[in-house]
Design a protein around this ligand. Structure first.
Ligand code: ADP
Length: 271
């Protein structure tokens, strides 16, 4: 396979765009990590994400997907790099360090897999408004953003509802509304489709489609990766095993079975 100008070829032969430093919203370079003294969970992970690109992050359980996502807004490592250290992750040109982590968290909206890790206020209004209030926005702007984001996720009018009395799908959408209310440049989502019924999944896909910024979505749901993402990264044992266009990577049965995955139905019936 020849390599076109502006493209690169990974170890598995997949072509991917070489993203220049000016258009890369996320740059990850030489990222390795272990929890405490334990074995390595991430090993020399490197990739870029361009503006507006939606990247699916897939791989078996325990591959290191959540650990990787948590590095994208400085939730990890526990001890962030200081000025003299090399930063492994750069977001919108800002290297993630102790001194810049607050700024990076404004740029990167993070949606946890479990809404219980994210929701902590008694009402939907307070939860969705928490981020914008923390940004120091005036009260009327906070209220405007609350209703706007709730509308966006299909929960208009839910402001006074208790977050404890919502379905899992609704709770996930409240989390997303809280993140969207801060107007992030990048969305990072950990298993957003898990435990959702088909209608809630569809609603979430529609919201993610509407979001214009870059997205990194860790998921076991390869059907949605095919539907939603431009590109997919396979992570296994803390290493990137493939990185390329979704249809090329996910239709390679030998490759994806090797990493505990199944060819998505849509790619199976069409091949
Ligand atoms: P994935 O999201 O792909 O399922 P994780 O990033 O959650 O993978 O986990 C990767 C590895 O790190 C697993 O072996 C897991 O047991 C380990 N791990 C995750 N969180 C912790 C933690 N807080 N402390 C120690 N080990 C952890």
């Amino acid at each position: 396979m020849s390599i076109a100008p502006g493209k690169s070829q990974d170890a598995n032969g997949f072509m991917s765009e070489v993203t220049s430093a000016t258009t890369a919203v996320i740059q990850v370079q030489g990222l390795s990590y272990s929890y405490g003294e334990g074995r390595g969970v991430l090993s020399n992970v490197e990739f870029n994400v361009s503006e507006g690109e939606r990247v699916g992050l897939v791989g078996p359980s325990g591959a290191g997907k959540s650990t990787l996502l948590m590095h994208l807004n400085g939730l990890l490592p526990d001890r962030l790099p200081v000025e003299s250290d090399r930063a492994s992750v750069v977001v919108s040109g800002v290297p993630i360090r102790k001194s810049s982590v607050a700024e990076v968290r404004r740029l990167v909206g993070f949606v946890f897999q479990d809404p219980d890790d994210q929701l902590f206020c008694p009402t939907v209004r307070e939860d969705v408004g928490f981020g914008p209030l923390n940004l120091g926005l005036p009260r009327d702007e906070v209220f405007r953003r609350i209703s706007e984001s709730l509308e966006l996720v299909g929960l208009g009018g839910f402001e006074n509802r208790s977050t404890l009395q919502l379905s899992t799908g609704e709770r996930k959408r409240v989390c997303l509304a809280g993140v969207l209310a801060c107007r992030p440049e990048v969305l990072v989502l950990d298993e957003p489709f898990a435990n959702l019924d088909p209608r809630a999944r569809r609603a979430l896909v529609d919201v993610l489609r509407e979001f214009a910024g870059a997205q990194v979505i860790a998921t076991h749901d390869l059907e949605f990766v095919v539907e939603l993402c431009d590109r997919v990264i396979i992570l296994d044992e803390g290493e990137i095993k493939a990185d390329g266009p979704v249809r090329d990577v996910l239709s390679d049965e030998v490759l994806i079975r090797k990493h505990g995955l199944e060819v998505p139905w849509e790619l199976r019936v069409r091949s």
